[in-house]
Design a protein around this ligand. Sequence first.
Ligand code: ADP
Length: 513
Amino acid sequence: MAPKRILIVEDEAITAEVIAEQLESLGYFVAEVVASGSDAIAQAAATQPDLVLMDIRLEGGDIDGVMAATQIREQFEIPVIYLTAHSDRATLERAKVTEPYGYILKPFNERSLRVAIETALYRHNVEQQRAREKEFLEVLLRSISDAVVAVNQSGTVTYMNPAAEQMTGWGLPEAFGENVSDVVQIVDETTGKQAKNPVLEVLETGQVVYMDDHMALVTKSGTQTAVADSASPMTQESNQLVGAVLVMADVSDRRRAAAFEQDAQASQAAEALTRQSLEAEQELSALRNRLIATLAHEYRTPLAIIRSSAELLHVRSTRVSDEQRDNYLEMIQESIKRLNQLVDDVLLYSQAEAGRLPFEPAALLVADFCRELVESQQLLMGDRYRLEYQCESEGVMMHLDANLLWRILTNLISNGVKYSSEGSVVTLTFSRSAQQAIFQVADQGMGIPADAQARLFEPFFRAPGAKSVLGTGMGLSIVQKCVERHDGQISIESTVGIGSVFRVVLPDCTLNL
Ligand code: ADP
C-alpha cells in the first residue's frame, strides 16, 4: 500500500521541519509543507493529500487554521488534525465546532502523532463508507418507484421517499412528525371503509404485514389510488423494534387490467355460453322442425285412412257388408296404432334426448325373455316371414331393463323383416360373454350402403333404398338411446343385396348398481 500523503500547515518553520522528519520516519509521505491558511487550501486542492496536519494558530494571512480546516474538510473531504498548544483554549473551542478528526498537543512525540493520524484516517474511512452507504440508500429510495414511508416506534413519520410524497400528496417536511394514519390513509376499495394502517399493526405485532388485495390509498386531496403494500418492522442490531417501514405500489393499472381481463373473460364465457346455447337451441329447433314435419307427414296417411274409412262406414252404413265393415274398422285400428307408434317414438326420443329415459334394470332370464319375444313377434308377422332364435347361453340371469331391451330387439327384428323380401329368415342370437349380453339380429334383406350406415342412428334418417317401405326413421335412433342407457354398444355389418347384422352388446347392470 502506498504511504499516506500528509500536508503540513505550520507557520513555524522549525516545528514544521520536526514534524516532517517524524512523519517520514513513521513511514508517511509529506505531500507539502505550507505556512498559511490560503496556501493550505490551494495545496489541498492541488495535491489531494490523505490528511492535513494543521496548526490552529497561523500567524499572519487572512485565514487562520480553523477557517482553512473547515474549507478543506467541506470542499475536499480531507480529514484535518489540529496541532495545538495548551494555551489556545479559545481557539480550541472554535475548532471543536469544525468537528476535527483530532488534536495533537504540542509538544508531541512520534507515538502520539502516529496514534492521532491512524485514528483520524480510520475514522475518516469509516465516515466516508457510511456516507457512501447513506448516499446509496438515498439514491435507492429515490429511484424506487414504490412509495416508502418509515415511522418510529410511536407511529410518526420519519421518512418518505419521493414516490411516497407523490403518491400520498404529502411532502416529507409536512409529513415529518405526523401520525402515519393521517398521512397514509388506507380504505377498503369495495366497502369504502377505513382500514387499519398496516404500519400500526407491525408496531403492535413486530411481524411483517401484507395488505389485502382490494385496498386503496386516500391521497391528501381525497382521491383514491389502488395500492398493494407490505409493512415490515425496523429493528436494531439488538433486535429491538425501533419503527416500521411501509412499502406501497400503485397498482391501479394492474387492477384495471385484471378487472378488464376478468370482464373480458366473463364476457367471453358468456359469449361462449350464448353461442353454445344458441347452437343447442338451433339444433333443438332443427330437430323440432324435423319432428313436426315428419309427424305431420306421417300423420297424414293414417289420418286419411281413418277419415275415409269412417266416411265410408258413415255414408254407406246400410250398404256395406259385415266383412267390409270389419275391414274398414280394422284399417281404422291399424292407422290408430301407427299414429300411436309415431307419437310414442317421438315422445320417447325427446325424453331420451333430455336424459329422462326411465331405466330400471332388474334380474332377467335373458334366454327365456328372447324366446318369448321372438314367439310374440312371429305371431304378429304371421307366416310371411320366419323368425329364428339361437340361444348360445341358456339359463343365464342378467340385470337389464326389460322394457328397453324389448324395444331394442323388437325394433331390430321388425326392421330385419321390413327390409327383407317375404319368406326370408330373420335370426336373433343371444350369448353371454365376459359379463356382457350379446344380441345379434341378422337378416337376408336389401342391406345398407356403407355411406348410409354411419347415419342410421340419426332421427328420421332413412337410407335411399328404404323409401318404398313404410317407416319414420325413428326406430334406430330410439334403439341407440336404449343401448346407451345401458352403457352398451351397437354396431352394424351389412352388405347391399346380401343382408345386415345388427349387434348389440349390453353389460350386466349389476356391475353398475
Ligand atoms: P325406419 O325403419 O322407420 O325407417 P329406422 O330408424 O328403424 O327407421 O331405420 C333407419 C333406416 O335404416 C331405415 O330407413 C333403413 O334405411 C335402414 N335400415 C334399418 N334397418 C335395416 C335393415 N335391417 N336392413 C336394411 N336397412 C335397414
